[in-house]
Design a protein around this ligand. Structure first.
Ligand SMILES: NC(=O)c1ccc[n+]([C@@H]2O[C@H](COP(=O)([O-])OP(=O)(O)OC[C@H]3O[C@@H](n4cnc5c(N)ncnc54)[C@H](O)[C@@H]3O)[C@@H](O)[C@H]2O)c1
Length: 249
């Protein structure tokens, strides 16, 4: 998978799945914009890439803010002039509770990042990709775009919605040289998963997969890179499962 000199944006690139994607794109020769609301995390990942002889910039932005998302694309164009691949990965979780006990603040925060954030990013990315005559978008959906999980009502709702938005936009732009797909990971050990679950819950989450283990961020990154590469040239509107067989049954 050759991404030599390709310009790649990864949102939420400062940790977890986004970090693994940013590092792997850089390893394949891409110029990588690491966007994260944690400036420190974005800087850390961008520095790691630059220190290893790659080319990366760190962008401290909140994907739920339209002004910051538009600015993010401008700050990529100013050094590099184009945007070839966008990975809309930034996402958050909320406390696990039955729906009647959930809080409006948690709902607003989660939907703002997981759904509105993906919409805002896709809108800004598509406007640029249309101008330059093509591009490639990979959204980070979830196995919970295909299965439900009691206690995660609005997380599940946000990921079902990302799946629907991915497929709809894929049809809207298929004739304009823009492919749009999503990856649907199962449970992967990342800061997000580790901060919201204890060891016993993690064992249960691993057991949901037919392979009876968690995935790794690198396994998810491989699927993202494949979808963004020329090898997936006839793929658009896919929701690719990377979940150890969880949703196969
Ligand atoms: N870890 C899993 O098991 C798993 C499974 C399926 C899907 N996902 C999805 O993968 C994505 C990444 O998850 P992760 O586990 O790597 O999470 P993580 O918390 O480890 O990393 C997410 C990164 O996104 C950043 N971020 C959060 N909100 C942001 C915002 N508003 N603007 C910019 N950056 C923001 C965080 O600072 C962090 O660096 C999410 O969309 C998540 O829903 C994760």
């Amino acid at each position: 998978m050759d991404f030599e000199n390709r310009v790649v944006l990864v949102t939420g690139g400062g940790a977890g799945l986004g970090e693994a994607c940013a590092l792997e794109f850089a390893a394949q020769g891409a110029r990588v914009a690491v966007a994260d609301w944690s400036a420190e995390s974005a800087e850390r990942v961008a520095s790691r890439i630059n220190d290893n002889g790659g080319e990366a910039i760190a962008l401290a932005i909140d994907v739920s803010r339209a002004d910051q998302v538009d600015e993010m694309v401008n700050r990529i164009l100013s050094p590099w002039g184009r945007l070839d691949v966008a990975v809309n990965n930034a996402g958050v979780s909320a406390p696990i509770k039955p729906l009647a006990e959930t809080e409006e603040d948690d709902y607003e925060r989660l939907m703002g990042v997981n759904l509105k954030g993906v919409w805002l990013c896709m809108r800004a990315e598509l406007r640029q990709m249309l101008k330059q005559g093509g591009g490639n978008i990979v959204n980070m959906a979830s196995a919970l775009s295909k299965r439900v999980f009691p206690g995660a009502s609005f997380y599940v709702a946000s990921k079902f919605a990302v799946a629907g938005m991915t497929r709809t936009a894929a049809l809207e732009y298929a004739e304009q040289g823009i492919r749009i797909n999503a990856v649907c990971p199962g449970n992967v050990r990342t800061p997000l998963l580790e901060s919201t679950t204890d060891a016993q819950t993690q064992q249960i989450l691993a057991g949901l997969h037919a392979m009876k283990r968690m995935g790794t961020p690198e396994e998810v990154a491989q699927a993202v890179l494949w979808l963004a590469s020329g090898r997936a040239s006839f793929c658009t509107g896919n929701l690719m499962s990377v979940d150890g067989g969880w949703t196969a049954g």
